[in-house]
Ligand binder design. Structure first.
Ligand code: B1M
Length: 222
């Protein structure tokens, strides 16, 4: 029989939010990540265990499947929804310091670019991976990224761009951050990007998908 934490992992992987959620159909009427997380906390399961052995495992599995094209954007969105329902219960434990994030990830879509669907998926997977996510939104100037880096010492930064036209603003942002705070790790992604472009602009890592981004960040904060 699987433990409650394993069941929470399965709920996140399958996108089972709560009891009233009709999705996925084979789990209809069963408790979801919402109820099970509340139950686990009531049973005195440490919040950190729920995060690391439940939510992160579930998100890691669905993220891996997404990378391998075994599941698609809606599956990732449902997983993120289940994770958010669980995180609502864990939030007070993080705020009190009883449970700890693995690190802070400042993320945004670069200046001039309004595309945010991919960036939001990356944010969700990072949150599911145990990171605190500071989402600066879209059309983020290099200066705004820099301000966030100063406000969150030791953070890693994620830059997303979907337009070839705005890739140049990615370069400006990397330059500014590396000039002022060279130890900051910068991860870049978005449909028009390549590994070669990442190297050219002096970013630390490129990932074509959210799971690769999480894998990289996990090595940074290992
Ligand atoms: Co725009 N658009 N769009 N658009 N749009 C594209 C990107 C385009 C390829 C369409 C086309 O012409 N075939 C084209 C760009 C061409 C180019 O420069 N190479 C384009 C254009 C030209 C434009 C406008 C200029 C159109 C116009 O007004 N004339 C305009 C620009 C506005 C602006 O940004 N200033 C524009 C506007 C829009 C909408 C507002 C209508 C809407 C955006 C809505 C939104 O994001 N909230 C939109 C959309 C939806 C698209 C398409 C159709 C879909 C993009 C998307 O969300 N994909 C797109 C065409 C296409 O891709 N078929 C297109 C799904 C998403 C999950 O994938 O974002 O690639 P993606 O993210 C992936 C990975 O790239 C990666 O992970 C994600 C999941 O795998 N990833 C990261 C992303 N960021 C990452 C960061 C990381 C790591 C991985 O680390 C930090």
């Amino acid at each position: 029989m699987s433990s409650i934490v394993e069941t929470i992992a399965m709920c996140v992987e399958r996108g089972k939010v709560n009891k009233t959620s009709p999705y996925p159909p084979d789990l209809k009427g069963q408790d979801g990540a919402d109820e099970l997380t509340a139950q686990a906390l009531a049973d005195k399961v440490p919040a950190n265990d729920i995060l690391t052995k439940g939510l992160m495992i579930g998100m890691g599995k669905v993220g891996g499947k997404f990378s391998r094209n075994e599941v698609f954007v809606p599956d990732l969105l449902m997983a993120a929804k289940a994770m958010t329902a669980a995180m609502k219960h864990l939030k007070p434990y993080f705020e009190s310091g009883e449970a700890k994030h693995r690190g802070t990830f400042v993320v945004g879509t670069v200046q001039g670019d309004l595309h945010d669907i991919g960036k939001n998926l990356v944010s969700m997977v990072m949150e599911g991976g145990g990171f605190e996510v500071i989402d600066l939104g879209v059309d983020v100037s290099p200066e705004k990224f820099m301000k966030a880096v100063e406000e969150h010492p030791g953070c890693a930064v994620g830059l997303s761009a979907l337009l070839t036209m705005t890739m140049v603003n990615m370069e400006k942002t990397v330059k500014l951050i590396k000039e002022k705070c060279p130890s900051t790790k910068i991860l870049v992604g978005g449909a028009p990007l390549t590994e070669e472009f990442c190297r050219k602009i002096g970013a630390d890592s490129y990932s074509p998908d959210p799971q690769g981004a999480l894998d990289y960040l996990s090595t940074v904060y290992a």
